[in-house]
Design a protein around this ligand. Structure first.
Ligand SMILES: NC(=O)c1ccc[n+]([C@@H]2O[C@H](COP(=O)([O-])OP(=O)(O)OC[C@H]3O[C@@H](n4cnc5c(N)ncnc54)[C@H](OP(=O)(O)O)[C@@H]3O)[C@@H](O)[C@H]2O)c1
Length: 230
C-alpha cells in the first residue's frame, strides 16, 4: 500500500528535514504539509509536497479539514514552541485537537509523535547533577510533551500498534550523517547518551519507520546517536 504522510508543524526545523527525507525515500510517499503560514515554507520544500494545508493545529476543524483533503496513512506531529525554557501548552493543546479530529474522521491512521527524552517514564540523567539541571530548565517542555503523549496514548488505547512516540535527545542542525544514519535506542531510565542527534538523522529514521511500517510502531522509542566504532 502506498504511504501518504501529513506533517503537522511542517515549517519547523525537524519537519523540514522530514519533508526532505520522505522525498528521498525509495517508496516515493505522498507528502502533505500542514502549517500556519504556507508562504513561509521554502519553495524547494513546497515543491516536494503533494499539497500544503494551511491551519492551526490547536483547532480540530483545521485538522479534520486537512485529514479529509489528504486522506493520510500517517500523521507526523513535529510541532513545538520557539523557546525550550518558557511555558508552552501548544503540544498538549494540539494533541487534544488532533485526537478529537481523528475520532471524528474515523478512518484508521498511524501517528508518529515527536516528543523528547525526559517525557513519560524517562529522565535526563547525565550524572553530577547536570541531568537534574536539564530536567529543571526543560520542565515546561517536558510537561507539555507529557500532556501530548498522554492524549495520544488514550486515543490509541485500542490500537496501540498505530502509535509511535519518538523521544530524541537534544537536536542539532547541519551535523547530520551523510548516507544512512546510525541511531541507537536506549531505555531512558539509566544514563542519558550525551551525544546530540541531528534533525537530519532523526528525520531519515522517522521516514524509514513510516514508509516501511516497522516493528517500532506500538512503542515509545528513545533515540540517540549510535557511538562510532573506532
Ligand atoms: N530542540 C531540541 O533539542 C529537541 C529535542 C528533542 C525533542 N524536541 C521536540 O521536537 C519537536 C520539533 O522540534 P523542532 O526544534 O524541529 O521545532 P521548531 O523548529 O521550533 O518548529 C516548531 C514548528 O511548530 C509549529 N507550530 C507551533 N504551533 C503550531 C500550531 N498551533 N499549529 C501548527 N504549527 C505550529 C511552528 O510553526 P510556525 O513556523 O508557524 O511558528 C514551527 O514551525 C518539538 O516538539 C520539540 O519539543 C526538540
Amino acid at each position: 500500500m502506498f504511504t501518504s504522510a501529513l506533517i503537522v508543524g511542517a515549517n519547523g526545523r525537524l519537519a523540514r528535514n522530514l519533508i526532505h527525507a520522505l522525498s528521498l525515500h525509495s517508496s516515493q510517499p505522498f507528502i502533505h504539509a500542514f502549517l500556519r503560514n504556507p508562504r513561509a515554507l521554502p519553495p524547494h520544500l513546497a515543491k516536494q509536497c503533494h499539497s500544503v494545508q494551511k491551519g492551526d493545529a490547536r483547532y480540530p476543524d483545521h485538522i479534520l479539514h486537512a485529514l479529509r483533503r489528504t486522506n493520510p496513512t500517517h500523521v507526523i506531529i513535529a510541532l513545538g514552541s520557539p523557546s525550550a525554557s518558557s511555558a508552552s501548552t501548544v503540544r498538549t493543546r494540539s494533541a487534544t485537537a488532533i485526537t478529537h479530529a481523528l475520532s471524528i474522521y474515523k478512518k484508521p491512521v498511524n501517528v508518529v509523535v515527536v516528543s523528547c527524552v525526559g517525557a513519560g517514564d524517562t529522565v535526563v540523567n547525565f550524572g553530577y547533577g547536570l541531568g537534574a539541571y536539564v530536567n529543571y530548565t526543560m520542565r515546561h517542555v517536558i510537561r507539555d510533551h507529557n500532556g501530548q503523549e498522554k492524549r495520544f496514548r488514550k486515543c490509541f488505547e485500542g490500537a496501540k500498534e498505530r502509535l509511535l512516540i519518538v523521544r530524541p535527545v537534544a537536536l542539532t542542525d547541519g551535523k547530520g550523517t551523510t548516507g544512512h544514519a546510525q541511531l541507537s535506542t536506549f531505555d531512558g531510565k539509566g544514563r542519558t547518551p550525551y551525544c546530540k542527534l541531528d534533525r537530519h538523522d532523526v528525520a531519515h529514521w522517522i521516514a524509514d519507520q513510516v514508509c516501511d511500517n516497522t516493528v517500532y510502531f506500538g512503542k515509545c522509542v528513545n533515540l540517540a546517536k549510535a557511538y562510532e566504532r573506532k
